[in-house]
Ligand binder design. Structure first.
Ligand SMILES: Nc1nc2c(ncn2[C@@H]2O[C@H](COP(=O)(O)OP(=O)(O)OP(=O)(O)O)[C@@H](O)[C@H]2O)c(=O)[nH]1
Ligand SMILES: [Mg+2]
Length: 258
């Protein structure tokens, strides 16, 4: 018998809102706004880098901090459940880092970011990267007060990820498609990936890169320079309307019940 098409498979929709989650997110949004102001007052450009575990965030940052450090002071807030392994890698690449271990937590939040900012104390006019905990779900919900969000997906993860984890993609200012050096060895439908991205976040074009081989990194550096310049002009520009829309949707029981 032929398998039923995926679209026809029964799905289970959430039917109840959880007030505790709403309160947690509202509190987080207030703290994130304070972080955004703190960063703006110091003219610091902060990029929140998010992905599944192992997509290549740290590898990309190892190269990026070397490049950015040539013209601008750069530091990294590093989020992982355990260990300081990624911090050590990035220190070896030549930047200041602060490791945040979340224990059982699966994402950074605005309160952790606030403490990390005070402890790390990045200099005025600098670039700050936040490597979030490897996870395509929870980090999308928690605004940190960052200036921009960059999502990394590697070519090995499958073309359906934007459809399955839409919140992450909806809130992204940039989508890096990493590990393109592996494409000759894989069967991955890039056109299907692009269609999936377009379905959840129209206008977001994946930027192909290879953090190990260097493909496409000039485009990534150019994006960083442009966004930093834009941020200098208007540091509060990232009001993150998409995040607010998502938050509103989560709070709308009608939407949850559909
Ligand atoms: N072939 C290939 N491998 C890559 C590339 N980027 C990263 N890797 C490899 O992918 C593995 C994971 O890379 P990491 O940079 O540690 O990934 P991560 O996203 O920081 O992982 P977590 O911090 O654990 O979430 C390592 O073995 C890297 O060498 C790439 O562009 N091409
Ligand atoms: Mg890492």
């Amino acid at each position: 018998m032929a398998a039923a098409p995926i679209a026809a498979a029964p799905t289970i929709a959430a039917t109840t809102t959880v007030p505790l989650e709403q309160r947690v997110l509202e509190k987080n949004d207030r703290l994130a706004a304070r972080n955004r102001e703190w960063l703006a007052n110091r003219n610091i450009f902060a990029v929140n880098l998010m992905s599944s575990p192992g997509s290549g965030k740290t590898t990309l940052l190892e190269r990026t901090v070397r490049e950015v450090a040539r013209s601008t002071p750069v530091s990294v807030i590093e989020g992982d459940q355990e260990t300081a392994l990624d911090s050590w890698r990035l220190r070896a690449a030549g930047c200041r880092t602060l490791q945040v271990n979340t224990g059982t937590g699966c994402h950074l939040d605005a309160a952790m970011m606030a403490r990390a900012l005070r402890e790390l104390d990045p200099p005025e006019g600098s670039v700050l990267f936040v490597e979030n905990v490897g996870n395509l779900v929870c980090p999308a919900l928690f605004d940190l007060g960052e200036s921009a969000r960059a999502v990394v997906v590697s070519v090995t993860e499958g073309a359906d990820k934007p459809l399955k984890y839409p919140h992450m993609f909806r809130g992204a200012d940039l989508l890096l498609l990493n590990k393109v050096d592996l494409l000759p060895y894989l069967e991955v439908d890039l056109a299907a990936f692009e269609r999936a991205v377009a379905a959840v976040r129209p206008g977001l074009a994946p930027m192909p890169v290879s953090a190990t081989r260097g493909d496409g990194l000039a485009d990534w550096y150019a994006w960083l320079r442009d966004r930093q310049a834009q941020n200098r002009q208007d540091p509060q520009s990232r009001e993150d309307p998409q995040h607010r829309q998502d938050t509103q949707r989560r709070r709308d029981p009608q939407r949850l019940a559909r």
